[in-house]
Design a protein around this ligand. Structure first.
Ligand SMILES: [Zn+2]
Length: 70
């Protein structure tokens, strides 16, 4: 199966992360996830997405923007 990073075997394709506006601007990998498959930091324009969600093109982590009050 082809991936953006062919050498990366620990994909987080099933990872689903909720973020709030406090986490914007969103970038992956987040600064507190040192154990994740490393890749160049990429900023995701989740706040402009109609679905309020964005998937990292490198590791496949799906981010969902949620309300601050849950
Ligand atoms: Zn990522």
């Amino acid at each position: 199966m082809a991936t953006p990073l062919g050498t990366c075997k620990k994909l987080n394709i099933k990872k689903d992360v909720r973020i709030t506006k406090a986490d914007l601007p969103l970038h992956c990998p987040p600064s507190d996830s040192v154990g994740w498959c490393s890749h160049p930091r990429v900023f995701l324009a989740i706040e402009t997405s109609k679905t309020k969600s964005s998937r990292c093109p490198y590791c496949g982590t799906k981010y969902s923007l949620v309300s601050d009050v849950q």
